[in-house]
Ligand binder design. Structure first.
Ligand code: AMP
Ligand code: MG
Length: 344
């Protein structure tokens, strides 16, 4: 078991063997951090009821303490130990868990203030990834886990992305391969059952939620300054307009104009949504795309990895196309807009 380091930890990627899972569960119980795969993005997990373990998340990510964490569980019974969940929250949990839906609910005293950034609400999710669920059940405690990247950068969708961002800051990464969805969870403010509001769009849409809830679900995430409308402190404090950002400047287009392709400089990349025809437009510029066949799930899976690759290739500007209307376009375009927003 590693001691608190006086020097930078050596970061190890663990294969998902039963022995490694047991070892990583013990690390988590002892208050250490472990990066874990989920179906959304990789998370940086800590024992959610241990305030000093959760402190380490903020230090490793350089995350402001005003930005609360999502708490992950593997059984519905754990929800009521963390939060007050009324009949509608229970119904949504039953319908969408395990899965990419985070519910914001009034918190119970068991949840330390550091997890919720001092708020009286807590964000809870039951992930769908079998390895994350296995770890949760082996350590038998809820795990707080934000995305496993330095604060503000693009979220990781592979173990190697976590190592690139947090290597030397954490001991352990569990390798679960590439994430199946590739975008962070939908966050739903369910504190008031009469007024359900999406704070962050994800793979589960407002329409799907409305159908199960039998009430209209408002998408609050696209409202300018929505974080500040309702109350102080902000309701979804981490959702800065600039977030998920590569180092390169990102410029957005409904469609990348052909004249841009011919004018692009060597340090500029063109990021199409769908693979353009081989001979069009004529360009020497570097071209990348998110999907071969207009498949939104494939595009969502590829988005963060592609932004990282373009950064690693040293492009200064990424001209990126928005997703056309489709099942994941709200979530994909939310991330693209935040990547393109100028620093505040
Ligand atoms: P991350 O896990 O890094 O993708 O970010 C978690 C996000 O969940 C935070 O940045 C907040 O926007 C949101 N969140 C977590 N807890 C709460 C809460 N109690 N109320 C509102 N939003 C929350
Ligand atoms: Mg994050």
């Amino acid at each position: 078991m590693p001691r608190s380091p006086t020097h930078a930890p050596r970061t190890r990627i663990y294969r998902p063997t039963p022995r490694n899972l047991a070892r990583l569960a013990r690390l988590l119980q002892a208050g250490e951090l472990v990066a874990v795969p989920s179906e959304t993005v990789y998370g940086l997990a800590a024992h959610a009821l241990d305030a000093s373990a959760c402190e380490k998340i903020f230090a490793a990510k350089a995350r402001p303490k005003t930005d609360p964490l999502i708490v992950h569980i593997c059984e519905l019974a754990q929800l009521t130990t963390l939060a007050h969940a009324g009949p509608l929250a229970q119904k949504l949990a039953a319908a969408f868990w395990p899965g990419p839906l985070t519910l914001v609910l009034p918190k119970r005293p068991a949840v330390p203030a550091i997890v919720t950034a001092g708020r009286d609400s807590v964000a809870v999710r039951m992930p769908q990834h079998p390895l994350f669920l296995a770890l949760l059940s082996a350590c038998a405690v809820p795990l707080a886990a934000p995305s496993a990247n330095p604060f503000g950068y693009v979220s990781p969708t592979r173990a190697a992305h976590v190592k690139a961002g947090l290597g030397g800051k954490i001991f352990a990464i569990l390798d679960g391969g590439p994430c199946a969805i590739g975008l962070e969870s939908t966050i739903l403010d369910a504190r008031n059952e009469q007024q359900l509001r999406i704070l962050r769009p994800g793979a589960i849409s407002a329409a799907e939620l409305s159908q199960v809830a039998a009430v209209r679900v408002e998408d609050f995430s696209q409202t300018p300054n929505s974080n500040e409308v309702d109350e102080s402190p902000k309701i979804a404090p981490g959702l800065l307009s600039r977030h998920y950002s590569p180092r390169a400047r990102v410029v957005l287009y409904e469609k990348i104009p052909p004249r841009l392709a011919s004018a692009a400089q060597p340090d500029e990349a063109l990021l199409y949504f769908q693979k353009p025809p081989a001979d069009w437009p004529r360009t020497d510029a570097h071209r990348a795309w998110l999907t071969d066949n207009n498949d939104q799930a494939e595009a969502a899976r590829a988005l963060f990895a592609t932004l990282r690759t373009l950064d690693a290739q040293g492009f200064k500007t990424i001209h990126a196309e928005l997703a056309p209307e489709g099942p994941l376009s709200t979530a994909i375009n939310d991330r693209l807009r935040r990547a393109a927003a100028s620093a505040q």
